[in-house]
Each structure stands twice: as structure tokens, then as C-alpha cells.
Design a protein around this ligand. Structure first.
Ligand SMILES: [Mn+2]
Length: 396
């Protein structure tokens, strides 16, 4: 039995920009490299947003449908903790895809998230604290999936679900959470630890974190899938290629060739910084698939010095690399931001109130007189077109 696994395709990431194709190319290559498998597992964040635009949704849907046009020996056996009628017979054509939704797709209970929409369209089986069992050549395989929940609830959701391996089957447990020691944001501490995961599974899969790792866990294997495209450009992930995995007792890593190469560099600020940056950019070779250059500049900017302007250098090397310059320089404005976060924490505001507060502050700085509540609600709903119209009208 051969099972393909990948995660965090983030379709629609940087849509309309120079990197707008990358997420789709990652998904497409991952699916194409999975077409000789018996089952495809996706561990969350197929999309970059909760409400992907139709152009993004339909593109991802078309790519996924490729798995339905190849023959497979996989048959569906049963589903646990989910209604059988929710599974479309259409989703069982070809190589079945089993997916959980991730943090980027999570919506409130009464709304349909985009992974559920793909399930309704007959393109995959969506698991949320449920188990789908298949049979391949007389051998059973059980996929147990818990979709992404806010990290503070993850521990209690897992305890309540209490997944148990199915006897005489290959058992795979799939998550999309921060699980200690794999933490995405220190602001959201995990409530599950790796050692808390239940025993008896052959393979544990974790999406959400965008770099990749494989190790032994309990009596099975643990696979941190990583993403299929670069979004956050974390240092650890920059040093690895992107992968699709094939599992048949062992985990085989298959690198994705469609994704850009990353050139990662850290600089300590000196008065010679512009030259340092330029010589680094100049050393990047000409490549057919334009690489991404990430430059982190650290240190303290002297009080009387003018802000550094890299625009000219960025323009000069823009045909060689997509350039991301991150200035981590200590300055007064950073201090202000830290103060704001502290203030918000002390006042124990809800996430909505935090959001409104930050948005209010930003709009004030831009001298913008748009009604905060209006634009905030539109942002929550993901109505980017209405937001755009609102902003354009204000500008006029
Ligand atoms: Mn993700």
C-alpha cells in the first residue's frame, strides 16, 4: 500500500503578485507525484484564506480532480464519528483524497469552510474528529483526522474525541495544530504535547508548521509535513526543499521541483550595510525559476541616522531575485508596538477588540476616516471587494 501525504499548499497565497502561481504549482506537483498512490492525505491549509476567491477555489478544485481520473485499487469501508451520507460517492472515484481543514480555513460552526465545500463538490473526504476506513488489496487502513481548532482548545478536543486505533488496520492520526515542541506562534501556546498523543498508531501526521521533520514516535513514525510552498519564509524552512511524502511503512521524501530556491542571509547593521546587501544580492546566480532572497537586518539604528532606503538596490536586482528585506532594527516605533501589545494584554480584550484596536491605530496613522466597525466586519467576512470599494470611494 502506498499513501501520499502533503500539507499547507496555501492556494491563493500572494495571489496576483509575482509569486501568485507558486501555491498552485506546489499543489499540482504534489498531486501529480501522488498519482501512483492508493490514498492521498492532506493535513490542512489547502487554501490561504477562509473565503478563497472563486478563481482560487476553482483552480485548486481542478487540480485535485486529477486524482479522480486515474484507476486505483482502494475501496471505502466505513466512516466513524461522521454521517455516511456526508461522503459523496464522487469522492471515491480514482485515488481518494482525505483532508482536514487548517487554521487558515477554519470558520465558525454554522458556516461552510472551503474544505467542506470541496467535500460537497465530491472532491475529497473531510475529517474533523472522525475516522475514514479504506481497504487496499485486502488490507485495511484507518485515517483518523482532527481538523484545526484554536490551540487553547486542542487538548480538550483531543481528549473528548479520544481516537483509538482500529484493530488489524494500518492506523494514521492526522492533526493541524501547534503540538509541543512544534510551535508556530509563541502567542498561542499549545495544549497538546507530542508525548500526549495516544499510543498504537503507525503514523502520526502534523501539518500547520511549514518546515519538515521525521522521527520515531511511540511504536510508529511521526511526520511533520511542512508546506508545499514558501509563505512565511521561516529560517528553518528556508534551508529545506518542499516535499510530498510517500508512506509504505517507511516515509519517502520526494522534493518538489516547482518551488523557488531561497537565499537566506542575516546581517548585523553597520554603516556599510548597503554595500553588504548589494554584494549578497550580486552573488545570487541567474536562475530560470527566480529565487527568493531573504535579508534579515538586525542591530540598533544610531539615533541620528536616516532610515536606510533599499529601494534602489531592490530595483537593481529585481530581475535576479524576489527580494524580501526584513529590518529588525531596534527603534522607538518598535518600543511603541511592544507597549501596545502589553496594554492589550493587561486590559484582557477579546481577539475582536484587539483587532479593532490595532486597525483603529493603523487607520489613524494613515489619516483615514473610515468607520472602523464597518471595515472590520468586512475583513472578518473576507469581503475584500467591498473593502476595496470602500477604500477607493474614500480616496476619491
Ligand atoms: Mn499553514
Amino acid at each position: 500500500m502506498k499513501i501520499s501525504i502533503f500539507s499547507d499548499c496555501h492556494c491563493g497565497f500572494a495571489y496576483g503578485s509575482e509569486r501568485g502561481e507558486d501555491s498552485f504549482l506546489g499543489l499540482e506537483e504534489a498531486i501529480e507525484k501522488s498519482l501512483d498512490s492508493d490514498l492521498i492525505l492532506m493535513a490542512g491549509d489547502i487554501f490561504d484564506t477562509r473565503v478563497p476567491r472563486p478563481e482560487v477555489f476553482s483552480r485548486a478544485a481542478r487540480i485535485l480532480s486529477k486524482a479522480q481520473h486515474v484507476p486505483s485499487r482502494t475501496s471505502f469501508s466505513e466512516i466513524k464519528n461522521k454521517e455516511k451520507h456526508e461522503i459523496s460517492p464522487l469522492a471515491l472515484r480514482g485515488i481518494p483524497i482525505v483532508a482536514i481543514h487548517g487554521t487558515h480555513e477554519r470558520r465558525s460552526k454554522h458556516l461552510v469552510n472551503p474544505i467542506q465545500a470541496l467535500e460537497h463538490a465530491g472532491l475529497l473526504i473531510h475529517l474533523n474528529c472522525s475516522t475514514a476506513v479504506f481497504e487496499v488489496d485486502g488490507k485495511k487502513v484507518a485515517i483518523h483526522g482532527m481538523s484545526g481548532v484554536p490551540d487553547r482548545y486542542a487538548g480538550s478536543v483531543l481528549r473528548e474525541w479520544n481516537p483509538q486505533p482500529i484493530p488489524d488496520a494500518l492506523n494514521i492520526l492526522m492533526f493541524h495544530q501547534s503540538i509541543e515542541p512544534y510551535i508556530y506562534s509563541p502567542l498561542e501556546p499549545p495544549t497538546i504535547k507530542l508525548q500526549d498523543l495516544p499510543n498504537g498508531f503507525d503514523l502520526y501526521i502534523l501539518g500547520h508548521i511549514h518546515w519538515s521533520e521525521i522521527k520515531d514516535l511511540n511504536s510508529g513514525k511521526f511526520l511533520l509535513t511542512g508546506s508545499t510552498t514558501y509563505t512565511s519564509l521561516h529560517k528553518t524552512e528556508s534551508l529545506q526543499p518542499k516535499y510530498v511524502y510517500q508512506y509504505n511503512g517507511e516515509i519517502k521524501k520526494i522534493p518538489l521541483e516547482s518551488q523557488r530556491k531561497i537565499f537566506w542571509n542575516e546581517f548585523e547593521y553597520t554603516s556599510n550595510i548597503a554595500n553588504d546587501v548589494e554584494s549578497m544580492l550580486g552573488s545570487i546566480p541567474q536562475m530560470q525559476n527566480k529565487p527568493i532572497a531573504v535579508l534579515k537586518i538586525k542591530g540598533t539604528l544610531p539615533k541620528d541616522s536616516a532610515p536606510i532606503d533599499f529601494n534602489e538596490i531592490e530595483r537593481k536586482y529585481s530581475d535576479r531575485a524576489i527580494i524580501k528585506i526584513d529590518r529588525k532594527l531596534k527603534s522607538e516605533s518598535l518600543k511603541e508596538q511592544v507597549e501596545l501589545v502589553k496594554l492589550i494584554r493587561e486590559q484582557k480584550l477579546s481577539p475582536e477588540e484587539h483587532g479593532i484596536r490595532i486597525l483603529e491605530d493603523n487607520l489613524k496613522q494613515l489619516n483615514c476616516d473610515i468607520n472602523i466597525q464597518d471595515i472590520f466586519d468586512l475583513l472578518v467576512e473576507g469581503d475584500s471587494e467591498d473593502i476595496f470599494n470602500l477604500l477607493v470611494k474614500k480616496n476619491e
